[in-house]
Design a protein around this ligand. Structure first.
Ligand code: G3H
Length: 251
């Protein structure tokens, strides 16, 4: 179901104590607003159990930043989708460009992770987006289309309804360089049109599509005012309660 979502991705930041303190502050400040926006905290694995206990689980929910592409067994260091679900998290971020670039996560691996997340009742926030050279070569539409086709478009319509897409141009992540509102709208509308071609207009209209990449308190309002931008996946600015709250209340 389409809704406004602001999801923080803490990445590899904050100790457990710092993370719990931040979650506590975000939770109480969100509760004090009238926002209808779904807030999600994408925490490191080791924080999840404590953060789940800290938030109200309605307005503020918790995401893992990854899960394994295997069910269980001898995979040292990995965390399965079933384990994530057992902590109380409802969401998992998959396909982030940092996972693709630094940990060799291919489209085939991401397809397996998506299937396991859904089988364990976790909702994927699935990231797509092009690198700078691809944008400069005007290949961004093609790249995003391929990423969706390779890792998501095998899903049934009922499965696809659980997916949230995050469009994150890699050149905008952590760089302070944001896609312009027009650039974001253009590609979000394109993503929605691809979903419509594959699953029909009703499902496309119901899909939540987030923007990620140097989204902050200063630019969130303008980005979110676009008809096909339903919220954001926020990295750096999710680490400070003031900045994150300003983004949450930007709708
Ligand atoms: O997952 C979040 C994105 O990578 C955006 O990160 P950023 O807001 O620090 O640019």
């Amino acid at each position: 179901m389409r809704k406004n979502i602001v999801a923080g991705n803490w990445k590899m930041n904050l100790t457990l104590q710092e993370g719990v303190a931040l979650a506590k502050e975000v939770n109480s400040r969100v509760a004090a607003t009238t926002t209808k926006c779904q807030v999600i905290l994408g925490t490191p694995f080791v924080h999840i159990t404590e953060v789940v206990k800290t938030v109200d689980n309605a307005k503020v929910q918790v995401a893992a930043q990854n899960c394994a592409n295997k069910v269980s067994g001898a995979f040292t260091g990995e965390v399965s989708a079933a384990m994530v679900k057992s902590t109380g998290a409802n969401w998992v971020i998959l396909g982030h460009s940092e996972r693709r670039a630094y940990y060799g996560e291919t489209a085939a691996i991401l397809k397996e992770k998506t299937d396991l997340a859904l089988a364990n009742d976790l909702q994927p926030i699935f990231c797509v987006g092009e690198v700078l050279a691809e944008r400069e070569a005007e290949k961004h539409f093609e790249v995003v289309k391929q990423q969706l086709a390779d890792s998501l478009f095998h899903l049934t319509a009922d499965q696809f309804k659980k997916i949230v897409i995050a469009y994150e141009p890699v050149w905008a992540i952590g760089t302070g360089k944001t896609a312009s509102p027009a650039q974001a709208q253009e590609i979000h509308a394109f993503i929605r049109s691809l979903i419509s071609e594959k699953y029909g207009k009703e499902i496309a209209d119901d899909t939540t599509i987030l923007y990620g990449g140097s989204c902050n308190a200063g630019n969130a309002k303008e980005l979110f005012s676009n008809p096909d931008v339903d919220g954001g996946l926020i990295g750096g600015a999710s680490l400070k309660a003031d900045d994150f709250l300003a983004i949450i209340t930007a709708f």
